[in-house]
Ligand binder design. Structure first.
Ligand SMILES: [Zn+2]
Length: 82
């Protein structure tokens, strides 16, 4: 059983998902925008896995731009298909 909570990504501020995994004794926070990943052991509080690529401003800008283009594309297709 997993409980998913919406949180703000501590790395880029975008909405991220926090998965509570009581069976594994872990809490996993992941962000699709910047590929931030943090897995914590809830018993010991230790970091099992940590990945935060996004202090590079240009990289973040590219990610956001790509996301923006994707959204605009979807809207354009919707408009064109009607
Ligand atoms: Zn993020």
């Amino acid at each position: 059983m997993a409980l998913v909570e919406m949180v703000r990504c501590p790395n880029c501020g975008a909405p991220a998902e926090r998965h509570h995994l009581p069976l594994a004794g872990q809490v996993k926070t992941e962000c699709e925008v910047c590929d931030y990943l943090l897995i914590l052991d809830t018993k010991t509080g230790q970091v099992i896995e940590f990945h935060a690529p996004g202090t590079d401003a240009e990289y973040l800008y590219m990610r956001r731009k790509r996301l923006f283009v994707k959204v605009m594309d979807a809207i354009a297709h919707k408009v064109l298909s009607h």
